[in-house]
Ligand binder design. Structure first.
Ligand SMILES: Cc1cc2nc3c(=O)[nH]c(=O)nc-3n(C[C@H](O)[C@H](O)[C@H](O)COP(=O)(O)OP(=O)(O)OC[C@H]3O[C@@H](n4cnc5c(N)ncnc54)[C@H](O)[C@@H]3O)c2cc1C
Length: 222
């Protein structure tokens, strides 16, 4: 299996870094090909702009989706964006590793989506959801929270984690055709003991051994 791990955290000694390393090492040891986008190490610029493109359809008025379609037709993405799109086209499984920030993706990872999920290359022309460009591929969110698990169930003050992740699962990943696997969530790693954190990493590594045989989840359409 070809696996792309996209990761962002500002601290290389963080628990997210440990989850990222666990995934890369476990998958490689199991014989999978692993490529990464370590967005912090790459100094990835999350701001969508004309820097996405080597070409310009309309240099006087920037309409991102028009320029994305033009870049698709003319091989006109900037090398930085082209490289990221090719990694997605290459992979069978894509993992996003991140801390939950404000009930969503941290800005750099969100900006990666803004810039890399480009109209023409990632969606468009009726190619969405079941007809999406990346159909046949699978995606896994691997994340941490500050809050405890009990705060992320129906009726608790943060509400059901499935509802919080739905804009990512449905609006980003399924929109471009990915099947979505159940998220790997470590709730409040800062509240855990060293042993509990080590166990959480071991549980994740064990799951990754058989990730290739997992079935997608139903993320729900309200
Ligand atoms: C802007 C912002 C918005 C936020 N929004 C939310 C929100 O909406 N909801 C919410 O719940 N939380 C929120 N948080 C909190 C955030 O989600 C958590 O702080 C984060 O997920 C914790 O993960 P971490 O990797 O940063 O943990 P860290 O603090 O980096 O790590 C926790 C502990 O694990 C230890 N550790 C590292 N590596 C290992 C290892 N290999 N083995 C064992 N231990 C190890 C570290 O030393 C540390 O003691 C927010 C935080 C910020 C800054």
């Amino acid at each position: 299996m070809k696996v792309l791990v996209v990761y962002w955290h500002p601290e290389p000694q963080s628990f997210n870094a440990a989850m990222f390393q666990t995934a890369c090492q476990t998958l490689a040891a199991a014989g999978h090909e692993v490529r990464t986008s370590d967005l912090h190490a790459m100094h990835f610029d999350p701001v969508s702009s004309r820097k996405n493109f080597a070409t310009a359809k309309n240099p006087d008025y920037l309409k991102p989706q028009i320029e994305e379609m033009h870049a698709t037709d003319t091989n006109g993405f900037s090398p930085e964006i082209e490289a990221e799109i090719r990694k997605i086209e290459w992979c069978d499984l894509m993992i996003w590793q991140f801390p939950l920030w404000w009930f969503g993706l941290p800005a750099v990872l969100k900006g990666w989506v803004d810039r890399v999920f480009a109209m023409g290359r990632a969606y468009g022309g009726g190619r969405i959801y079941q007809s999406g460009v990346f159909r046949g591929k699978r995606a896994l969110l691997a994340l941490t929270t500050g809050g405890p698990e009990g705060a992320y169930v129906k009726g608790a003050f943060n509400g059901d984690i499935a509802g919080i992740l739905r804009p990512i699962h449905r609006g980003m990943l399924q929109f471009v055709g990915f099947d979505v696997l159940a998220p790997q969530i470590v709730y409040g790693p800062v509240r855990l003991t060293d042993e509990q954190r080590a166990q959480a990493l071991a549980t994740y590594a064990e799951r990754l051994q058989t990730i290739g045989t997992e079935s997608p989840i139903d993320v729900g359409i309200y």
